[in-house]
Design a protein around this ligand. Structure first.
Ligand SMILES: [Zn+2]
Length: 441
């Protein structure tokens, strides 16, 4: 029997990690002789849901087994009860199990979960309708992600991430991954991996900074690439375990639907095309903000301070430029109005930009000087005279293309610049022959 097992929300802001629990569960299921139909899937959902931890990730295991679905559910429950931080506020773990073919309603639900804010009730009633099994602890909040992970197929595009975990005794201490080896790996593997290092600051991005059990995560185009890259690192602490996940990270899976300004919903992932209405301005905190307008209304778009030099691009916009903004809707807070928080910006059409200058003397070739109020312009050298300023088109220093913030400011789902040039990876879920149990060091 084919079984899809979705797990969500076992982590909290204080630590814990859904992928870590999934890794232990894979080991347990493997020991029971279960066959894996795919790499464990790590599915990132709408990153703008305000009450989720930053990653908003859920995991799905797709297996074929003689075990009864109730037994599988129990094994998963044991793992969650053993390892998740059930006592932390905001931790609402859930497990959903679907046998056989995934119903089309679940696939539709999963698409919604990538861009919108869904209510637990919608997930619960869908689970009843398709007669799947679910288990949730505390609130039913985690059911949404667990169900959505199952219905996300990764058909159109996917990437892989190798996640390595720390020994319990090291959690909370600095991560002992030799930075030089990361740089060397990045140099050699940059064609097949991404977001190892932030090019603007040189910051290493494969090691997170929180108290979670993740030692490092390497993202790339294939299981072979992330595996090779991982083994190039010099790591000076014990590696408890590592696992390769197939994921929708780096695919822009959440930025697919176009919206009119009047349709923009708070906390959703949106794509909106329009014309720059006012010159961008820098507000307190270093954020850059401008007004975008289409035929249905206008919305503020913001490039926040952490997006670094991306803000310089936004500052160069002029009223009349046609652009497409991609990102998440944020509600108003203190001095910042309701905004579209830009994850990327496509410049579609630049307006010609004119600048007025004092005229140039036709004889000497020098800029003329003002001859006094309403007196026109005069050449200092030959006394030539002109009546008015001249208009010159100035270079825009901006191209009609897509611009992205630096990788350190990316969402997990943001498609990095390097991937625009790469062929899309379509991996069939039939991986049994290639599946090697990726465990240990
Ligand atoms: Zn002159």
């Amino acid at each position: 029997m084919k079984i899809h097992l979705g797990i969500d929300d076992t982590d909290s802001l204080a630590g814990g990690c859904t992928t870590r629990i999934a890794t232990d569960l894979v080991r347990k299921l493997d020991s029971k002789g279960v066959a894996f139909l795919d790499y464990p899937n790590l599915i990132r959902l709408n990153p703008n849901v305000p009450w989720k931890t930053r990653g908003n990730g859920a995991v799905c295991l797709r297996i074929e087994s003689e075990l009864h679905s109730v037994e599988v559910l129990e094994l998963a429950a044991e793992e969650i009860e053993r390892s998740s931080r059930l006592g932390d506020p905001g931790t609402d773990p859930a497990i959903v199990l679907i046998e056989g073919t995934i119903p089309s309603d679940v696939i539709e639900f999963s698409k919604e979960a990538l861009t919108c804010v869904l209510r637990p009730n919608a997930a619960v009633s869908l689970i009843k309708r398709v007669e799947s099994e679910a288990l949730s602890y505390r609130s039913a909040q985690g059911i949404i992600g667990a169900l959505a992970a199952i219905g996300t197929s990764l058909e159109k595009d996917c990437t892989f991430e190798l996640i390595a975990y720390r020994s319990w005794g090291f959690i909370g201490k600095p991560r002992l991954v030799d930075p030089e080896s990361v740089m060397k790996m990045n140099e050699e593997m940059k064609e097949v991996t991404f977001n190892n290092v932030d090019p603007e600051t040189g910051r290493i991005l494969i090691t997170p900074r929180g108290p979670d059990p993740i030692l490092c995560g390497i993202r790339g185009e294939s299981p072979e690439a992330v595996c090779k890259a991982f083994h190039m690192l010099r790591i000076r602490e014990p590696v408890e375990a590592w696992m390769i996940f197939r994921t929708n990270q780096g695919t822009d899976a959440h930025l697919t639907r176009s919206h009119k300004v009047s349709e923009l919903q708070d906390h959703s992932a949106v794509v909106v095309e329009g014309v720059v209405k006012e010159k961008p301005r820098t507000i307190r905190g270093g954020h850059v903000i401008f007004l975008l307008e289409d035929e249905t209304g206008s919305v503020h778009c913001a490039a926040y301070e952490p997006t670094g030099r991306f803000r310089d691009v936004v500052r160069k916009l002029e009223p009349g430029d046609r652009v497409r903004g991609f990102g998440g809707m944020r509600t108003a807070e203190s001095e910042i109005p309701r905004t579209l928080n830009l994850e990327k910006l496509e410049v579609l059409k630049l307006v010609p930009c004119m600048s007025s200058h004092n005229p140039v003397c036709p004889i000497c070739g020098k800029r003329m000087k003002s001859a006094g109020r309403k007196q026109g312009y005069r050449c200092e050298y030959c006394e030539s005279h002109a009546t008015s300023k001249i208009q010159e088109e100035i270079s825009r220093d901006l191209d009609e293309r897509i611009y992205l913030p630096p990788p350190r400011a990316h969402r997990h789902l943001t498609k990095p610049e390097v991937r625009y040039l790469r062929a899309r990876h379509r991996i069939s879920p039939q991986l049994q022959s290639e599946w090697h149990f990726p465990w240990g060091k």
